[in-house]
Design a protein around this ligand. Sequence first.
Ligand code: 0PR
Length: 383
Amino acid sequence: MEDKGIPKEQIYQMLRKYKEKDLTHRSGRILGSMCTCPHPVGIRAYSMFLESNLGDPGLFPGTKAMEDEVITMLGGLLGKNNVHGHIITGGTEANLMAMRAARNMRRIKDPEIIVPRSAHFSFKKAADMLCLDLKMAELDENYRMDLSSVEKLISDNTVAIVGVAGTTELGKIDPIEDISKICMEKDIYLHVDAAFGGYSIPFLKEAGYDLPEFDFTLPGVSSITIDPHKMGLAPIPTGGILFRERKYLEAMAIETPYLTEDLQSTIVGTRTGAATAATWALLKHLGKEGYREVATSCMEITYKLAEGVKEAGFELVTEPELNIVPFYSPDIPVKEIARRLEAKGWAVSLASYPQAIRVIVMPHLKEEHIDSFLEDLRTIKGI
Ligand code: 0PR
């Protein structure tokens, strides 16, 4: 660190140099991210609340009121107005909180959780940090959590079962309705990871898409992860965790002696209120109509891409259920396809099970990007 400070104009210049090295979502070159260009209204709201700390909400009652309103709006979107939760740092913190609540509700020796093989790696972190034994359920032929595998894994020590609504690699929706029945029958906590699908499934259903139930309308669902920084267009890192009942938040509340609230259930202490402001502003500004438009446009581009991928001689792992297109080629190894696409300037991402290239059709991917991507795919295949 220098003794003498550098003038701000020079600092901004230096920052721009670093920024130039980064990829941007706007370029349309990022194909494997669940993040996207944040909406300008979200950016404005975020920057208005940069000093707001929801870790000490008594100092920021305005932001706290917005958080309460956001939680109610998200709950309403997911089938229950009266829910309890927080706007936090993303899907990982949400999943950690859900697993912590489930564990603390039982407080037994050797607790176990059951997740599908397709679950996000945040559950491995949760298992490690919370000393949970992680049991992986197999997937069925459609890459959804296999119910007979779940039933075999259930034991007296099962503190939670996790279903995913929009899997990280393939965008699949687990049979949450059936899992909910099992959980009701056996009195097991059910968490739904809708980090990706939470902001699109309800809107797609409204638009007439035939998608399964996955939310609080199912009586067995205890908590849901929903990420505003993914399909919600909010800036990074904005996450959401919703619980059916307050008792789950209370099960992990810690006393906070010198803050303006007595108890705190989030993992993070000092917690930005900016994420809450952005989520609030976008829900109000876009409304259902705006989000329906975002979700359905992504699906239309997804179908176009899926068709184009097949026409270019590649095979889909599975037909898209949400806005992810996973594909491979019988005659070119997946890593080699990735290498060739990277050489053409595409930032691709691989699915591990089964091995495939996965394109997540986030709102920053427009038709012209897909057209030029398909052109490169055809060249790779020699068509
Ligand atoms: N749950 C699901 C279903 C997810 O897909 C993810 C992240 C999480 C939880 C965790 O969310 P946070 O990353 O917010 O904690 N899914 C993407 C993934 O890991 C995240 C991502 C985003 C990856 C941008 C790459 C990237 O460039 O694949």
